[in-house]
Design a protein around this ligand. Structure first.
Ligand SMILES: Cc1cc2nc3c(=O)[nH]c(=O)nc-3n(C[C@H](O)[C@H](O)[C@H](O)COP(=O)(O)OP(=O)(O)OC[C@H]3O[C@@H](n4cnc5c(N)ncnc54)[C@H](O)[C@@H]3O)c2cc1C
Length: 370
Protein backbone atom coordinates (compact mmCIF):
# COMPACT_ATOMS: atom_id res chain seq x y z
CA UNK A 1 0.00 0.00 0.00
CA UNK A 2 2.78 2.45 1.00
CA UNK A 3 4.69 1.60 -2.18
CA UNK A 4 1.59 2.24 -4.32
CA UNK A 5 1.13 5.66 -2.70
CA UNK A 6 4.76 6.61 -3.28
CA UNK A 7 4.60 5.46 -6.91
CA UNK A 8 1.59 7.72 -7.62
CA UNK A 9 2.91 11.06 -8.87
CA UNK A 10 -0.30 12.92 -8.04
CA UNK A 11 0.15 12.19 -4.30
CA UNK A 12 2.50 14.30 -2.18
CA UNK A 13 3.62 12.52 1.00
CA UNK A 14 4.65 14.54 4.08
CA UNK A 15 5.96 12.09 6.65
CA UNK A 16 6.88 14.85 9.11
CA UNK A 17 3.42 16.44 9.30
CA UNK A 18 0.96 16.26 12.19
CA UNK A 19 -2.63 17.39 11.95
CA UNK A 20 -3.25 20.33 14.30
CA UNK A 21 -6.64 21.70 13.18
CA UNK A 22 -9.32 21.47 10.52
CA UNK A 23 -10.14 24.62 8.56
CA UNK A 24 -13.80 25.64 8.30
CA UNK A 25 -15.41 28.26 6.08
CA UNK A 26 -18.16 30.63 7.24
CA UNK A 27 -20.81 27.95 6.48
CA UNK A 28 -19.08 25.36 8.68
CA UNK A 29 -17.80 23.35 5.72
CA UNK A 30 -14.35 21.76 6.10
CA UNK A 31 -12.06 23.45 3.57
CA UNK A 32 -8.63 22.19 4.61
CA UNK A 33 -6.32 21.51 7.52
CA UNK A 34 -3.43 22.97 9.50
CA UNK A 35 -0.39 20.70 9.87
CA UNK A 36 2.76 21.11 11.98
CA UNK A 37 5.84 20.13 10.00
CA UNK A 38 9.46 19.38 10.74
CA UNK A 39 11.64 19.67 13.83
CA UNK A 40 11.12 23.46 13.99
CA UNK A 41 7.33 22.80 14.04
CA UNK A 42 6.30 25.03 11.15
CA UNK A 43 2.53 25.44 10.83
CA UNK A 44 1.27 24.92 7.27
CA UNK A 45 -2.24 25.68 6.06
CA UNK A 46 -3.56 23.34 3.36
CA UNK A 47 -6.82 24.25 1.61
CA UNK A 48 -8.84 21.55 -0.14
CA UNK A 49 -12.32 20.79 -1.45
CA UNK A 50 -12.41 17.74 0.83
CA UNK A 51 -10.43 16.34 3.77
CA UNK A 52 -10.28 12.58 4.45
CA UNK A 53 -9.21 11.71 7.99
CA UNK A 54 -7.41 8.34 8.37
CA UNK A 55 -5.79 8.96 11.74
CA UNK A 56 -6.35 5.49 13.21
CA UNK A 57 -7.56 4.58 16.69
CA UNK A 58 -6.96 5.90 20.17
CA UNK A 59 -4.76 3.21 21.74
CA UNK A 60 -2.11 5.80 22.62
CA UNK A 61 -4.53 7.24 25.19
CA UNK A 62 -4.02 4.05 27.22
CA UNK A 63 -0.89 2.97 29.09
CA UNK A 64 -1.38 -0.67 28.14
CA UNK A 65 -1.88 -0.82 24.38
CA UNK A 66 -0.96 -2.91 21.35
CA UNK A 67 -1.06 0.14 19.07
CA UNK A 68 1.60 2.83 18.56
CA UNK A 69 1.56 5.64 21.16
CA UNK A 70 1.11 8.18 18.32
CA UNK A 71 -2.52 7.08 17.95
CA UNK A 72 -4.05 9.52 20.42
CA UNK A 73 -7.48 10.00 18.88
CA UNK A 74 -6.46 13.42 17.57
CA UNK A 75 -8.44 13.05 14.33
CA UNK A 76 -11.48 12.08 16.38
CA UNK A 77 -11.12 15.14 18.63
CA UNK A 78 -10.51 17.59 15.78
CA UNK A 79 -13.48 16.22 13.83
CA UNK A 80 -15.64 16.65 16.94
CA UNK A 81 -14.32 20.18 17.32
CA UNK A 82 -15.33 20.86 13.68
CA UNK A 83 -18.87 19.79 14.60
CA UNK A 84 -18.86 16.19 13.32
CA UNK A 85 -21.02 13.62 15.05
CA UNK A 86 -19.08 11.09 17.11
CA UNK A 87 -20.55 7.60 17.36
CA UNK A 88 -20.12 5.22 20.33
CA UNK A 89 -16.73 6.55 21.52
CA UNK A 90 -16.94 4.36 24.66
CA UNK A 91 -16.65 1.17 22.59
CA UNK A 92 -12.97 0.26 22.91
CA UNK A 93 -11.73 -3.30 22.44
CA UNK A 94 -9.14 -4.75 24.81
CA UNK A 95 -7.09 -7.67 23.54
CA UNK A 96 -6.72 -10.36 26.21
CA UNK A 97 -3.22 -11.54 25.33
CA UNK A 98 -0.88 -8.60 24.93
CA UNK A 99 2.57 -9.79 25.98
CA UNK A 100 3.52 -8.13 29.26
CA UNK A 101 7.26 -7.58 28.90
CA UNK A 102 7.33 -3.83 29.56
CA UNK A 103 7.26 -2.76 25.90
CA UNK A 104 5.20 0.15 24.50
CA UNK A 105 3.32 -0.86 22.42
CA UNK A 106 2.92 -4.31 23.90
CA UNK A 107 3.54 -7.10 21.36
CA UNK A 108 0.56 -9.32 20.65
CA UNK A 109 0.21 -13.04 21.30
CA UNK A 110 -2.22 -13.77 18.49
CA UNK A 111 -5.50 -15.59 19.14
CA UNK A 112 -4.31 -18.27 16.72
CA UNK A 113 -2.07 -19.55 19.54
CA UNK A 114 -5.18 -20.39 21.57
CA UNK A 115 -6.73 -21.80 18.41
CA UNK A 116 -3.76 -24.21 18.30
CA UNK A 117 -4.37 -25.24 21.91
CA UNK A 118 -2.23 -22.83 23.99
CA UNK A 119 -3.93 -22.33 27.38
CA UNK A 120 -4.46 -19.39 29.70
CA UNK A 121 -3.25 -20.17 33.22
CA UNK A 122 -2.47 -18.27 36.42
CA UNK A 123 0.83 -18.28 38.29
CA UNK A 124 -0.15 -21.53 40.03
CA UNK A 125 -0.89 -23.25 36.72
CA UNK A 126 -4.70 -23.18 37.16
CA UNK A 127 -6.82 -22.61 34.04
CA UNK A 128 -8.21 -19.05 33.98
CA UNK A 129 -11.45 -19.94 32.20
CA UNK A 130 -11.88 -23.60 33.11
CA UNK A 131 -10.61 -26.92 31.84
CA UNK A 132 -12.78 -27.42 28.73
CA UNK A 133 -10.59 -27.50 25.60
CA UNK A 134 -12.46 -24.54 24.06
CA UNK A 135 -12.75 -22.54 27.31
CA UNK A 136 -10.16 -19.96 26.21
CA UNK A 137 -11.82 -19.32 22.84
CA UNK A 138 -14.64 -17.15 24.15
CA UNK A 139 -15.22 -13.59 22.89
CA UNK A 140 -12.36 -11.12 23.42
CA UNK A 141 -14.16 -9.16 26.13
CA UNK A 142 -14.87 -12.29 28.21
CA UNK A 143 -11.29 -13.54 27.98
CA UNK A 144 -9.92 -10.03 28.62
CA UNK A 145 -11.92 -9.78 31.86
CA UNK A 146 -10.64 -13.18 33.04
CA UNK A 147 -7.04 -12.12 32.38
CA UNK A 148 -7.65 -8.74 34.05
CA UNK A 149 -9.27 -10.36 37.12
CA UNK A 150 -6.41 -12.83 37.59
CA UNK A 151 -3.89 -10.01 37.50
CA UNK A 152 -5.91 -7.77 39.83
CA UNK A 153 -6.12 -10.67 42.32
CA UNK A 154 -2.33 -11.03 42.18
CA UNK A 155 -2.51 -14.51 40.59
CA UNK A 156 -0.88 -13.41 37.33
CA UNK A 157 -1.97 -14.43 33.82
CA UNK A 158 0.07 -16.48 31.36
CA UNK A 159 -0.38 -18.07 27.98
CA UNK A 160 1.10 -21.55 28.11
CA UNK A 161 2.07 -22.77 24.64
CA UNK A 162 4.65 -25.33 25.80
CA UNK A 163 2.58 -28.46 25.23
CA UNK A 164 0.40 -27.34 22.33
CA UNK A 165 3.05 -25.64 20.19
CA UNK A 166 6.42 -26.24 21.84
CA UNK A 167 9.28 -26.76 19.38
CA UNK A 168 7.08 -25.69 16.43
CA UNK A 169 6.84 -22.15 17.85
CA UNK A 170 9.68 -20.51 15.80
CA UNK A 171 8.29 -21.54 12.41
CA UNK A 172 4.55 -21.61 13.23
CA UNK A 173 4.46 -18.19 14.95
CA UNK A 174 7.72 -16.43 13.99
CA UNK A 175 6.57 -12.88 14.87
CA UNK A 176 5.36 -13.80 18.38
CA UNK A 177 8.44 -15.96 18.89
CA UNK A 178 10.76 -13.11 17.92
CA UNK A 179 8.91 -10.67 20.21
CA UNK A 180 9.27 -13.07 23.15
CA UNK A 181 12.92 -13.85 22.47
CA UNK A 182 13.77 -10.13 22.19
CA UNK A 183 12.56 -9.84 25.78
CA UNK A 184 14.56 -12.85 26.92
CA UNK A 185 11.55 -15.13 27.10
CA UNK A 186 11.54 -18.51 25.35
CA UNK A 187 7.89 -19.56 24.88
CA UNK A 188 8.97 -23.15 24.22
CA UNK A 189 10.21 -23.28 27.82
CA UNK A 190 8.18 -20.68 29.77
CA UNK A 191 4.54 -19.56 29.78
CA UNK A 192 4.15 -16.07 28.27
CA UNK A 193 3.05 -13.33 30.73
CA UNK A 194 -0.02 -11.64 29.28
CA UNK A 195 -2.25 -8.66 30.04
CA UNK A 196 -5.37 -7.14 28.52
CA UNK A 197 -4.45 -4.07 26.47
CA UNK A 198 -6.28 -1.53 24.35
CA UNK A 199 -6.36 -2.87 20.81
CA UNK A 200 -9.07 -1.27 18.68
CA UNK A 201 -11.56 1.61 18.74
CA UNK A 202 -14.98 0.54 17.47
CA UNK A 203 -16.33 4.03 18.12
CA UNK A 204 -15.20 7.05 16.17
CA UNK A 205 -16.26 9.74 13.72
CA UNK A 206 -19.73 8.84 12.41
CA UNK A 207 -19.34 8.05 8.71
CA UNK A 208 -21.69 6.68 6.05
CA UNK A 209 -20.86 3.99 3.50
CA UNK A 210 -18.91 6.58 1.46
CA UNK A 211 -16.93 7.79 4.48
CA UNK A 212 -18.98 11.02 4.61
CA UNK A 213 -19.20 12.55 8.08
CA UNK A 214 -21.99 14.86 9.22
CA UNK A 215 -19.85 17.90 8.29
CA UNK A 216 -19.70 18.91 4.62
CA UNK A 217 -16.27 18.38 3.08
CA UNK A 218 -15.09 16.03 5.84
CA UNK A 219 -14.60 12.27 5.34
CA UNK A 220 -13.28 9.63 7.74
CA UNK A 221 -12.00 6.13 6.96
CA UNK A 222 -10.34 3.26 8.78
CA UNK A 223 -10.21 2.98 12.55
CA UNK A 224 -10.92 6.68 13.21
CA UNK A 225 -14.30 6.26 11.51
CA UNK A 226 -17.37 4.57 12.95
CA UNK A 227 -19.47 3.11 10.18
CA UNK A 228 -21.25 0.87 12.68
CA UNK A 229 -19.97 -2.35 11.12
CA UNK A 230 -18.07 -3.42 14.26
CA UNK A 231 -20.88 -2.89 16.76
CA UNK A 232 -19.55 -2.86 20.32
CA UNK A 233 -17.06 -5.69 19.80
CA UNK A 234 -15.13 -6.01 16.54
CA UNK A 235 -14.53 -9.51 15.21
CA UNK A 236 -10.87 -10.23 14.54
CA UNK A 237 -9.60 -9.20 11.07
CA UNK A 238 -12.64 -7.15 10.10
CA UNK A 239 -10.89 -3.80 10.44
CA UNK A 240 -8.55 -4.14 7.47
CA UNK A 241 -11.48 -5.34 5.39
CA UNK A 242 -13.48 -2.29 6.48
CA UNK A 243 -10.59 0.12 5.83
CA UNK A 244 -10.02 -1.23 2.32
CA UNK A 245 -13.70 -1.28 1.39
CA UNK A 246 -14.75 2.08 2.78
CA UNK A 247 -11.42 3.73 2.01
CA UNK A 248 -11.92 3.12 -1.70
CA UNK A 249 -15.49 4.39 -1.59
CA UNK A 250 -14.49 7.48 0.42
CA UNK A 251 -11.68 8.34 -1.98
CA UNK A 252 -14.05 8.22 -4.91
CA UNK A 253 -16.70 10.32 -3.15
CA UNK A 254 -14.19 12.92 -1.86
CA UNK A 255 -12.71 13.36 -5.34
CA UNK A 256 -16.08 14.58 -6.59
CA UNK A 257 -16.39 17.36 -3.98
CA UNK A 258 -16.30 20.95 -5.21
CA UNK A 259 -16.69 24.39 -3.67
CA UNK A 260 -16.02 25.77 -0.21
CA UNK A 261 -15.33 29.33 0.93
CA UNK A 262 -12.39 31.09 2.56
CA UNK A 263 -11.09 29.43 5.74
CA UNK A 264 -11.98 31.17 9.01
CA UNK A 265 -9.28 31.70 11.67
CA UNK A 266 -8.78 28.53 13.67
CA UNK A 267 -7.37 27.50 17.05
CA UNK A 268 -4.48 25.02 16.75
CA UNK A 269 -4.48 22.17 19.27
CA UNK A 270 -1.63 22.38 21.81
CA UNK A 271 0.53 19.32 22.55
CA UNK A 272 0.30 17.66 25.92
CA UNK A 273 3.68 17.46 27.74
CA UNK A 274 5.04 13.93 28.02
CA UNK A 275 4.55 13.67 31.79
CA UNK A 276 0.90 14.72 31.51
CA UNK A 277 0.33 12.27 28.65
CA UNK A 278 1.86 9.52 30.73
CA UNK A 279 -0.39 10.38 33.70
CA UNK A 280 -3.44 10.32 31.42
CA UNK A 281 -2.47 6.97 29.86
CA UNK A 282 -1.96 5.28 33.22
CA UNK A 283 -5.30 6.57 34.50
CA UNK A 284 -7.14 5.60 31.30
CA UNK A 285 -5.95 1.99 31.58
CA UNK A 286 -6.86 1.89 35.27
CA UNK A 287 -10.32 3.48 35.00
CA UNK A 288 -11.53 3.38 31.38
CA UNK A 289 -9.99 -0.01 30.64
CA UNK A 290 -11.36 -3.56 30.79
CA UNK A 291 -13.53 -2.88 33.86
CA UNK A 292 -15.12 0.54 34.40
CA UNK A 293 -17.29 2.08 37.10
CA UNK A 294 -18.75 5.44 38.01
CA UNK A 295 -16.15 6.38 40.62
CA UNK A 296 -13.20 5.61 38.34
CA UNK A 297 -14.70 7.32 35.30
CA UNK A 298 -15.68 10.41 37.34
CA UNK A 299 -12.13 10.59 38.67
CA UNK A 300 -10.88 10.49 35.08
CA UNK A 301 -13.11 13.41 34.09
CA UNK A 302 -11.65 15.37 37.01
CA UNK A 303 -8.12 14.49 35.83
CA UNK A 304 -8.92 15.59 32.25
CA UNK A 305 -10.39 18.87 33.61
CA UNK A 306 -7.23 19.48 35.62
CA UNK A 307 -4.88 18.71 32.72
CA UNK A 308 -6.96 20.88 30.39
CA UNK A 309 -6.83 23.80 32.85
CA UNK A 310 -3.06 23.35 33.08
CA UNK A 311 -2.13 22.70 29.43
CA UNK A 312 -5.07 23.82 27.29
CA UNK A 313 -7.47 21.84 25.11
CA UNK A 314 -5.07 19.31 23.66
CA UNK A 315 -6.72 16.99 21.14
CA UNK A 316 -5.63 13.94 23.16
CA UNK A 317 -7.50 15.28 26.19
CA UNK A 318 -10.61 15.97 24.12
CA UNK A 319 -10.47 12.44 22.67
CA UNK A 320 -10.08 10.96 26.15
CA UNK A 321 -13.02 13.04 27.36
CA UNK A 322 -15.20 11.70 24.54
CA UNK A 323 -14.38 8.09 25.51
CA UNK A 324 -14.74 8.63 29.25
CA UNK A 325 -17.91 10.76 29.24
CA UNK A 326 -19.70 8.27 26.97
CA UNK A 327 -18.51 5.36 29.14
CA UNK A 328 -19.89 7.18 32.18
CA UNK A 329 -23.22 7.83 30.46
CA UNK A 330 -23.67 4.26 29.22
CA UNK A 331 -25.10 2.59 32.30
CA UNK A 332 -24.96 -0.98 31.00
CA UNK A 333 -22.35 -3.44 29.75
CA UNK A 334 -22.09 -4.24 26.06
CA UNK A 335 -19.22 -5.71 24.03
CA UNK A 336 -15.92 -4.10 24.97
CA UNK A 337 -17.62 -1.70 27.40
CA UNK A 338 -17.99 -3.37 30.82
CA UNK A 339 -19.34 -1.50 33.86
CA UNK A 340 -18.88 -3.38 37.15
CA UNK A 341 -21.68 -1.21 38.59
CA UNK A 342 -24.00 -1.95 35.63
CA UNK A 343 -23.00 -5.47 34.50
CA UNK A 344 -26.26 -6.23 32.67
CA UNK A 345 -26.87 -5.59 28.94
CA UNK A 346 -29.86 -3.39 28.17
CA UNK A 347 -32.66 -5.09 26.21
CA UNK A 348 -32.54 -2.40 23.52
CA UNK A 349 -29.23 -1.58 21.83
CA UNK A 350 -28.71 2.19 21.69
CA UNK A 351 -26.00 4.20 19.99
CA UNK A 352 -24.22 7.04 21.72
CA UNK A 353 -24.18 10.11 19.48
CA UNK A 354 -22.17 13.14 20.59
CA UNK A 355 -22.42 16.50 18.81
CA UNK A 356 -21.12 19.99 19.47
CA UNK A 357 -18.48 19.13 22.03
CA UNK A 358 -17.12 22.68 22.01
CA UNK A 359 -16.98 25.04 23.78
CA UNK A 360 -18.64 23.18 26.66
CA UNK A 361 -18.79 19.39 26.45
CA UNK A 362 -22.38 18.23 26.30
CA UNK A 363 -23.38 14.94 27.86
CA UNK A 364 -23.72 12.07 25.39
CA UNK A 365 -27.18 11.53 23.92
CA UNK A 366 -28.44 7.99 23.60
CA UNK A 367 -30.54 7.29 20.52
CA UNK A 368 -32.00 3.99 19.40
CA UNK A 369 -29.81 2.06 16.95
CA UNK A 370 -31.08 2.06 13.37
C1 LIG B 1 -0.84 -5.61 16.79
C2 LIG B 1 -2.07 -5.43 15.94
C3 LIG B 1 -2.49 -6.46 15.13
C4 LIG B 1 -3.62 -6.30 14.32
N1 LIG B 1 -4.02 -7.31 13.53
C5 LIG B 1 -5.08 -7.13 12.70
C6 LIG B 1 -5.49 -8.16 11.81
O1 LIG B 1 -4.91 -9.25 11.76
N2 LIG B 1 -6.57 -7.92 11.01
C7 LIG B 1 -7.26 -6.74 11.05
O2 LIG B 1 -8.23 -6.57 10.30
N3 LIG B 1 -6.89 -5.76 11.89
C8 LIG B 1 -5.83 -5.92 12.72
N4 LIG B 1 -5.46 -4.91 13.56
C9 LIG B 1 -6.18 -3.63 13.52
C10 LIG B 1 -5.70 -2.85 12.30
O3 LIG B 1 -4.30 -2.97 12.18
C11 LIG B 1 -6.06 -1.38 12.44
O4 LIG B 1 -7.40 -1.24 12.72
C12 LIG B 1 -5.72 -0.66 11.13
O5 LIG B 1 -4.32 -0.70 10.90
C13 LIG B 1 -6.17 0.79 11.18
O6 LIG B 1 -5.77 1.38 9.97
P1 LIG B 1 -5.89 2.93 9.78
O7 LIG B 1 -5.29 3.21 8.43
O8 LIG B 1 -7.27 3.37 10.05
O9 LIG B 1 -4.99 3.54 10.94
P2 LIG B 1 -3.44 3.32 11.24
O10 LIG B 1 -2.87 2.21 10.43
O11 LIG B 1 -3.33 3.23 12.71
O12 LIG B 1 -2.78 4.65 10.70
C14 LIG B 1 -3.12 5.90 11.25
C15 LIG B 1 -1.99 6.85 10.94
O13 LIG B 1 -2.38 8.17 11.29
C16 LIG B 1 -1.31 8.81 11.94
N5 LIG B 1 -1.81 9.90 12.79
C17 LIG B 1 -2.54 9.84 13.93
N6 LIG B 1 -2.79 11.07 14.40
C18 LIG B 1 -2.20 11.93 13.53
C19 LIG B 1 -2.08 13.35 13.49
N7 LIG B 1 -2.63 14.14 14.42
N8 LIG B 1 -1.39 13.89 12.45
C20 LIG B 1 -0.83 13.10 11.50
N9 LIG B 1 -0.91 11.76 11.49
C21 LIG B 1 -1.59 11.19 12.50
C22 LIG B 1 -0.63 7.71 12.73
O14 LIG B 1 0.67 8.06 13.08
C23 LIG B 1 -0.72 6.56 11.73
O15 LIG B 1 0.37 6.56 10.86
C24 LIG B 1 -4.34 -5.07 14.38
C25 LIG B 1 -3.91 -4.04 15.19
C26 LIG B 1 -2.77 -4.21 15.97
C27 LIG B 1 -2.34 -3.07 16.86
Amino acid sequence: MGAAVRAERRITVWEDARLKALLLDADGRVVGAVAARGPGVRLVEITATAVVLATGGAGGLFGATTTPAALKGEGLALAARAGAEILDPEFVQFHPTAIDVGLDPAPLATEALRGEGARLIDGEGRFLLGEAPDADLKARDVVARAVHAARMEGRGAYLDARAAIGEAFPHEFPAVFAACMRSGLDPRISPIPVMAACHYHMGGIAADADGRTTVAGLYAVGECAATGVHGANRLASNSLLEAATFGRRAGRAAALETGGGRPSPVEVTPDLPEAAMSELRTAMTAHAGVVRNEAGLSGLIALIDRLEAQYGSAAALEAARLVVQAALDRRESRGGHYRSDYPQTAAVADHTRVRNVRPAMRPAVLEPAA
